[in-house]
Ligand binder design. Structure first.
Ligand code: MF3
Ligand code: CO
Length: 253
């Protein structure tokens, strides 16, 4: 069942998501050649706690860190480690927060130093897929419109989408109904209604769609070892434009 959140619930989800946005914004400045993914995780956890939230991933199904950090051919759920970022890497950074029992979830893929033109195109296309998918998250549209849009943007640029992992409802829990595939048909699936809160998360691969789980039991990676990118926002469907809850805000007016 897809729940409709009340304005009071949405306000708490908004608070959680504001901290996700803040972490994503600040982590970008920390990402540099030589930093370890463990150091990035620690930085994010400290900021989450300082903002009166708790890390949503820590303890989730036994996961021991506050973020998932996935480098190059890793798609998602990479475990922070002593691995040092290198010039030319791409790094997918995924973070969830809880504020007074309400959840927010978001991710971005960042370049490290100078990355190839092909990698830059993968990042910009994945970002564009998210943006266009969000523009479909309107009252009266269907979930399939979101899914279709992600696959279309990817295919038009010559990339594939990951089919084994999904976007999802979020708010009262980290993962709720509905599942939101990154592929699908327009006009199919549940009708969108105001008050639905969704984590939309395109995962695009430079090569083939197939993914595998590595021996650590968490990290999902492309089978062909080609690059993968991941952008995720938590949004709320309204009776007008969708509100992007994990969007970076500026206090410069
Ligand atoms: N952020 C992931 C998602 O978007 C979930 C990570 S769960 C964890 O659905 F346990 F790996 F942290
Ligand atoms: Co998610």
């Amino acid at each position: 069942m897809i729940t409709i959140k009340t304005p009071a619930e949405i306000e708490k989800i908004r608070q959680a998501c504001r901290v996700v946005a803040q972490v994503l914004q600040n982590i970008e400045k920390e990402i540099k050649i030589g930093i370890t993914t463990e150091e990035l995780d620690r930085f994010a956890e400290d900021l989450i706690l300082k903002c009166n939230c708790s890390p949503a991933f820590k303890g989730y199904r036994g996961y021991t860190h506050s973020t998932c950090i996935s480098v190059n051919f890793q798609v998602v759920h990479g475990i922070p480690s002593k691995l040092k970022l290198k010039d030319g890497d791409i790094v997918s950074f995924d973070v969830g927060t809880v504020f007074e029992g309400y959840y927010g979830d978001g991710a971005r893929t960042f370049p490290v130093g100078n990355v190839s033109g092909a990698a830059r195109k993968l990042l910009s296309t994945t970002k564009e897929a998210l943006k266009k998918a969000i523009s479909q998250a309107r009252y009266g549209k269907n979930l399939g419109d979101i899914s279709y849009t992600i696959e279309k943007v990817a295919a038009d640029a010559g990339f594939s989408v990951v089919k084994d992992l999904f976007g999802h409802g979020v708010g009262n829990h980290l993962h709720e109904d509905p599942l939101i595939p990154n592929f699908g048909k327009r006009g199919t699936g549940a009708k969108l209604k105001a008050g639905m809160v969704l984590a939309i998360e395109p995962m695009l691969n430079m090569g083939r769609s197939r993914v595998i789980t590595l021996d650590d039991g968490w990290t999902v990676a492309t089978e062909d070892r080609m690059l993968s990118a991941h952008f995720e926002d938590t949004i709320v469907v309204t009776d007008g434009d969708p509100e992007i809850l994990t969007k970076a805000f500026s206090n410069k007016g």
